[in-house]
Design a protein. Structure first.
Length: 133
């Protein structure tokens, strides 16, 4: 609210505050999310890599309309934008690191098509348990 709003009638001011509150709640509820499981904190990865892993995992923990398991499939630019990274290179670097560590499995879907990524829960849990989870 602005300083000019102090001159408004109280009912109008309250209605504007309620409208702003509803709009902020709606924006918060429609935001993309990551599913960062507790065991992810035990993995030897950075906070940003954990967010990337959680974003990939959030797709995997859903079910498609046909009953199959969800898969993370989007362009690197879109993935970076969702996590508010500066560019796709950061996102690509983090995904490649997770693939190299064996926490994420990458499947190619052909040329000019985004790859599919899946979290290897077994590999992640083994490392998390070794680290004390």
């Amino acid at each position: 609210m602005q300083d000019n709003d102090a001159k408004l009638p109280p009912k109008l001011k309250k209605a504007m505050e309620e409208n702003e509150r509803r709009m902020l709640q709606q924006e918060a509820r429609q935001a993309h999310f990551s599913r960062v499981a507790l065991w992810m904190y035990w993995l030897p990865i950075s906070r940003r890599q954990r967010e990337v892993l959680g974003r990939i995992y959030s797709f995997q923990c859903t079910t498609n309309k046909d009953g199959s398991q969800g898969e993370f499939r989007m362009s690197l630019a879109s993935g970076a934008k969702e996590l508010r990274m500066y560019d796709r290179a950061e996102f690509k670097e983090d995904v490649n690191k997770l693939v190299k560590l064996g926490f994420v499995v990458k499947r190619s879907n052909g040329p000019r098509t985004p790859a599919t990524y899946l979290v290897d829960e077994v590999a992640c849990m083994r490392v998390a348990k070794e680290a004390g989870y």
